[in-house]
Ligand binder design. Structure first.
Ligand code: NAD
Ligand code: UD1
Length: 306
């Protein structure tokens, strides 16, 4: 049994990872300011330290005795990163450096961290692999790319093993539909459950690579194992390699609901990416893990959880 620290562990992805680690017999300590995460997402066996990820004293204390850190805390809203540029930078990039620095000081603890497909920007319809040139078009994407660069530094200068995961569009139970900038699947599923119509921004033909949260958790855990076996600084996509349009998504949810789809088309979202599709080959080669949950299976589980 080992102790793992999860930053952002009270959030959507982090709380699923906490459940998986507990089920594996590990001890879990979460650092979270509960800004978008919730205590109710956490199993009572989890130790929760409420505070800010950019606070070096708190993070230093939290990492004591840890076998590894999963750094997931961030302000995940792209829209907020554009509005509150320096405020989100403090969390999304300085927060990452704070975690990496604490990992260095506590004896080079391995760090697995969340990056994002947002570092690629808009690169067209072919599947993107890790060798593509990064071109973020939001402050959020720039800070995720900056975090990747500091994670490289952590390994090459300080010998802290790091693995960054460029998540594509993650979905599943506990994704909060509360804000207009929440993940599209959580918004659509909540609206369908409430009998409300869906709004598709633009023509609905924009595509995304939707990956189920349990598959993401398997990538995160395999990444930690790889770092324990072979210290390195690596960055990998977490995706399915399958593109789904927003319109197809709405239709799939309506099929699960069993009622006719009520929807309308609104204006396109400013700066909306037209096509986002990842190539999962490198993750599969390095980790021996693939995202295997089919979209309809994952959607049905998400709808059942509401
Ligand atoms: P989430 O908002 O549910 O989780 C983020 C957690 O971080 C929350 O619990 C929040 O309270 C916490 N947090 C925020 N600011 C903090 C601070 N200053 N100090 C301490 N804790 C703080 O979002 P999520 O979808 O679970 O995202 C997890 C990670 O994955 C984030 O780094 C996000 O950027 C990244 N990511 C998510 C997606 C996706 O599709 N959900 C895609 C790409 C990347
Ligand atoms: C998502 C992530 C972001 C990540 C990026 C990586 C979320 C909330 N955001 O952004 O953190 O950096 O992937 O590429 O997970 N849409 C509608 N109607 C709605 C809501 C959304 O048509 O009611 C459309 C949007 O315009 C967009 C698509 O659905 O075209 C997906 O939107 P969203 O879930 O917000 O994710 P991304 O913008 O892809």
């Amino acid at each position: 049994m080992s102790l793992y620290v999860l930053t952002g562990g009270a959030g959507f992805i982090g709380s699923h990872l906490a459940d998986s680690l507990l089920a594996g017999g590990h001890q879990v300590r979460v650092v979270d300011d509960l800004s978008t995460g919730h205590r109710r997402n956490l199993d009572p066996r989890v130790e929760l330290l409420v505070g800010d990820i950019a606070d070096p004293a708190l993070v230093g204390r939290a990492l004591q005795g840890a076998a590894g850190v999963f750094h997931l805390a961030a302000i995940a809203s792209v829209a907020r990163s554009n509005e509150d540029w320096s405020g989100t930078h403090r969390v999304n990039q300085t927060g990452s450096i704070t975690v990496l620095d604490a990992a260095r000081q506590q004896g080079r603890i391995p760090v697995v961290y969340a990056s994002s497909a947002a570092i690629y920007g808009d690169q067209g319809e072919s599947p993107i692999d890790e060798a593509a040139s990064p071109a973020p078009n939001t402050a959020y994407g720039a800070d995720k790319l900056g975090s990747e660069l500091h994670a490289r530094v952590a390994f090459h200068v300080h010998r802290v093993p790091t693995m960054g995961f460029r998540f594509f569009n993650v979905f599943g139970p506990r994704q909060d539909p509360a804000s207009p900038y929440s993940g599209v699947i959580s918004i659509f599923a909540a609206r369908i459950a409430a009998g409300q119509p869906l709004t598709l921004h633009g023509d609905g033909l924009q595509t995304r690579d939707f990956v189920y949260v349990e598959d993401v958790v398997r990538h995160l855990r395999a990444g930690m194992e790889v770092l324990h076996a072979a210290p390195q600084a690596t960055v990998l996509n977490v995706c399915t390699g399958r593109a789904t349009s927003v319109l197809e998504l709405a239709q799939a949810l309506a099929r699960i609901d069993g009622r006719p789809l009520a929807m309308s088309f609104g204006p396109s979202r400013a700066g909306d990416i037209r096509a986002s599709l990842g190539n999962p080959a490198a993750a599969s080669a390095v980790l021996g893990v693939r995202a295997t949950t089919g979209l309809e299976t994952g959607l049905a589980a998400t709808v059942r959880s509401m």
